[in-house]
Design a protein around this ligand. Structure first.
Ligand code: SF4
Length: 374
C-alpha cells in the first residue's frame, strides 16, 4: 500500500479542523506523552502550542543531544543541470523562464567536485532540474561512479525515477535520496503543477517509495514552505515520515524545512511562515521523530541558522551555490534555482557551529560498513 493510498483514507478536512480546534490542554497531553505520536501532531503544530514553544524547544534540544550528541553534519549541494521539463512557478529552473540553460559535462562536474572536496566536504548532494533527456540515468551513473572516489556519501535530488533506476545509481555509489512533495494538499498541488510530469501528485509520492524499495540509506522528504498552510503541511509531513519509517525501516528518515526564497520567476508565496513558525515546526518534528535527520539549508539567514544549532537540526549545508557550475564558473547568467540567504563560507559556518559548543562533522558514513543482504 503506497502513501498515496494512505492519504486517501485520511480526512484532510478533519486534519485542518483538529489543528484549528487544538487547545492548550491538547498540547499538554502531547507533551506529557512518553513518545508523542501522530495523534499529537495537530496539537504540536497548532497555534495553541505557541505559549508552549519554549518547553517544546527545550525538549527538542535535549532529545537531539541525547540521540546525536553535540555535532552538526555538513553537506554541500552540487547543481549539475538547470534544464527542466516542468513549470513550477516558484522555481528559477522553470521551463518557461528565459534563463541560460546548462548541463555540466562530466569533466566540469568533476572540477566542481574536486573543489568542494578540497574545502572539506565528504557528503555531496547532486541536484538537477527534471529533464531526463539531459540528465539521463547513464549520465548520472557515469558521474556518480567517478564522484564515488572522492565522497563518502552521495545523495541525489533529481527527477523521480523507478526502483530499477535507483538501483543502478545505488550500485554506482548513491546512498541517499531527497524528494520534496512540495505540498501535501492535493488541490494546491494541482494548482501549482499544471503541466509536465510533475503534475502527477501520486507519482511523486511513489518515487520516494521506489527509492526505499531500492534500499537507499537515507530518504529525505519536505514540503516547500509558503505554498500552503505550514501547520497542515507539518502534520501531513509527519504522516508521510511515519509511513516511510514503518515501511522502509532500514532507511533513515530525513526531513527538510525549505522556505520559498527569491527566484527569477518572481513568485511570491501566498502563505507566510515566520521564523517562529519554522522553529515550532522543527522542534515539533523532533518530538515526533527523535532519530530523524532534520536538515536546514542556506535558504535561511545566518542568524536564524546559528540559533537553530542545538535546537533540533542535525544537518546543514554551507557555502552553497544554486546554479550549475556555481562554485568555479561563478556566473549568475546560468540561472540559480533560488537565492541563498546564508552566504558565509564553509569555514565561517564551521566557526559559528563551534561557537555554539558543537562540532562540525564532514563525514558520518562509510560505505564499507554498509552491508546489504545478498
Ligand atoms: S522545482 Fe524542480 S521540477 Fe519544478 S521547475 Fe524547479 S527544478 Fe523543475
Amino acid at each position: 500500500m503506497s502513501f498515496d493510498d494512505v492519504i486517501q483514507e485520511i480526512n484532510l478536512t478533519e486534519v485542518r479542523e483538529r489543528i484549528q480546534s487544538a487547545t492548550g490542554r491538547d498540547v499538554e497531553r502531547a507533551l506529557s506523552a512518553e513518545q508523542p505520536g501522530l495523534e499529537h501532531a495537530p496539537a504540536l503544530f497548532s497555534e495553541a502550542a505557541v505559549p508552549f514553544l519554549e518547553e517544546i524547544a527545550r525538549r527538542s534540544a535535549a532529545l537531539t543531544r541525547q540521540r546525536f550528541g553535540r555535532v552538526i553534519y555538513l553537506y554541500i549541494p552540487l547543481y549539475i543541470s538547470n534544464e527542466c521539463v516542468n513549470n513550477c512557478p516558484y522555481c528559477g529552473f522553470a521551463k518557461g523562464l528565459d534563463v541560460k540553460r546548462v548541463t555540466l559535462t562530466p569533466n566540469k562536474v568533476m572540477r566542481e567536485a574536486v573543489f568542494l572536496h578540497s574545502q572539506g566536504f565528504r557528503h555531496l548532494l547532486l541536484v538537477s532540474g527534471e529533464h531526463p533527456a539531459h540528465v539521463s540515468i547513464d549520465y548520472l551513473r557515469k558521474i556518480i561512479a567517478s564522484l564515488d572516489t572522492l565522497f563518502d556519501s552521495i545523495s541525489i535530488e533529481i527527477q523521480p525515477i523507478t526502483r530499477e533506476e535507483y538501483l543502478i545509481l545505488s550500485e554506482a555509489g548513491v546512498d541517499g535520496l531527497t524528494l520534496y512533495q512540495e505540498t501535501y494538499d492535493p488541490e494546491l498541488y494541482k494548482f501549482y503543477h499544471r503541466s509536465g510530469p510533475k503534475s502527477r501528485y501520486d507519482m511523486r509520492l511513489m518515487a520516494i517509495e521506489a527509492g526505499g524499495e531500492a534500499e537507499l540509506r537515507t530518504l529525505g522528504i519536505g514540503a516547500l514552505l509558503g505554498l500552503g498552510d505550514w501547520r497542515f503541511e507539518a502534520v501531513m509531513l509527519a504522516h508521510h515520515g511515519r509511513y516511510l519509517m514503518r515501511r522502509f525501516w532500514r532507511s533513515r528518515l530525513a526531513v527538510s524545512f525549505p522556505r520559498i526564497r527569491t527566484q527569477s520567476g518572481g513568485f511570491q508565496p501566498k502563505f507566510s511562515v515566520t521564523d517562529r513558525d519554522l522553529i515550532q515546526m522543527i522542534c515539533g518534528m523532533r518530538l515526533l521523530f527523535p532519530d530523524a535527520e532534520l536538515v536546514v539549508s542556506t535558504r535561511e539567514a545566518p542568524s536564524l541558522r546559528d540559533n537553530l544549532i542545538g535546537l533540533g537540526i542535525t544537518r546543514m549545508s554551507a557555502g552553497s551555490r544554486t546554479s550549475p557550475g556555481g562554485y568555479l564558473i561563478r556566473t549568475e547568467s546560468h540561472g540559480g534555482q533560488f537565492e541563498v540567504e546564508d552566504r558565509r563560507t564553509p569555514e565561517e559556518v564551521c566557526h559559528a557551529i563551534c561557537a555554539k559548543g558543537f562540532e562540525p562533522v564532514w563525514k558520518d558514513f562509510d560505505r564499507q560498513f554498509c552491508v546489504k543482504d545478498a
